[in-house]
Write a new protein. Structure first.
Length: 101
């Protein structure tokens, strides 16, 4: 996502009398796109913050939200080797250690 990009809700725009960012007519396509990006964050944690931010607007998305989501998609397509690779060969056990006091 763009640095310092201000994404606002529909309620905020109505309160401030802003009408330069229309709401989307097809909400379902935005919801499907965000759902796919959320699934992708399992192997691409570098997009997790952007996708989580965009998912906050899933009920009433606006054109600026869709453009920001497309920007994330373009980033993913241009950087295909940045994901976490998980091998299907071998033991799929995940082990973690925690040092808590």
């Amino acid at each position: 996502m763009e640095q310092n990009k201000q994404l606002t809700t529909v309620e905020y725009d109505e309160h401030c009398h802003l009408d330069n960012d229309p709401t989307l007519a097809d909400v379902r396509s935005y919801q499907r796109l965000i759902g796919k990006l959320l699934y992708l964050t399992l192997t691409r944690p570098n997009i997790a913050y952007s996708v989580q931010t965009l998912s906050q607007f899933i009920q009433a998305p606006k054109q600026s939200h869709l453009e920001a989501a497309y920007r994330v998609v373009r980033y993913v397509k241009n950087e295909p080797g940045l994901g976490i690779l998980m091998s299907a060969i071998g033991d799929m056990t995940l082990s973690a250690h925690c040092d808590s006091d």
